[in-house]
Design a protein around this ligand. Structure first.
Ligand SMILES: CC(C)(COP(=O)(O)OP(=O)(O)OC[C@H]1O[C@@H](n2cnc3c(N)ncnc32)[C@H](O)[C@@H]1OP(=O)(O)O)[C@@H](O)C(=O)NCCC(=O)NCCS
Length: 166
């Protein structure tokens, strides 16, 4: 199993973050994906935080003044790929670089563990996220239509090599 290094701002999630995370994810992702966010968040915490957590799944939180402001879920895949499952920042903290810090954390983890490629799938209607990822040098790889809980969502897959110059 690979190691993960957290920093001053980005730390591992814990169950105290759980209610905050349900609220964050339902507000941030609800406009794009119709889903039971309480159940989704429970699965996420069980995969990454609980006693039965799964190797290669990480859930990290960025704090400001000891309060959670944003979170990112990453999964180590085969073939040196790191996948961003979820990335979201609370509305009141957006536009202040928190998303960028979480992305730097993800990129640092990928580099430290020789994971050569990072990818992320975003609802194609999510223009802000696509602009954010584009500003962070992610390129569009593909567009797909995928069924999520009975709802078909157009999605854009973006990716970045970890050895690209910033
Ligand atoms: C996408 C998201 C994570 C960005 O987080 P953030 O903390 O606001 O991002 P940052 O402050 O680090 O922004 C960095 C860059 O992203 C782009 N960006 C961020 N918010 C933007 C907005 N509202 N409109 C346009 N561009 C925006 C800009 O290019 C910005 O660079 P700049 O400040 O130099 O202009 C945040 O908007 C969010 O949580 N959205 C809902 C969840 C989501 O859509 N997740 C999708 C997975 S990526």
């Amino acid at each position: 199993m690979n190691s993960i290094v957290y920093g001053d701002v980005v730390r591992p999630a814990n169950y105290d973050d759980y209610e905050w995370a349900i609220n964050l994810l339902s507000r941030a992702m609800g406009p794009f994906y119709d889903c039971d966010y309480r159940a989704r968040t429970r699965r996420l915490f069980d995969q990454c935080v609980g006693d039965n957590k799964i190797a290669g799944h990480y859930l990290a939180v960025a704090d400001l003044n000891l309060r959670p402001t944003g979170l990112v879920h990453v999964v180590e895949r085969k073939n040196s790929i790191l996948s961003i499952g979820l990335l979201a920042v609370s509305e009141e903290h957006r536009g202040k670089g928190v998303g960028g810090k979480l992305l730097s954390f993800v990129e640092g983890h990928a580099r430290d563990n020789f994971l050569r490629f990072i990818h992320c799938t975003v609802a194609s209607a999510n223009n802000i996220a696509l602009r954010f990822l584009n500003a962070n040098r992610f390129s569009v790889i593909d567009t797909i239509s995928k069924r999520h809980h009975g709802q078909v969502v157009d999605e854009t897959i973006v990716g970045k090599m970890t050895d690209e110059e910033d």
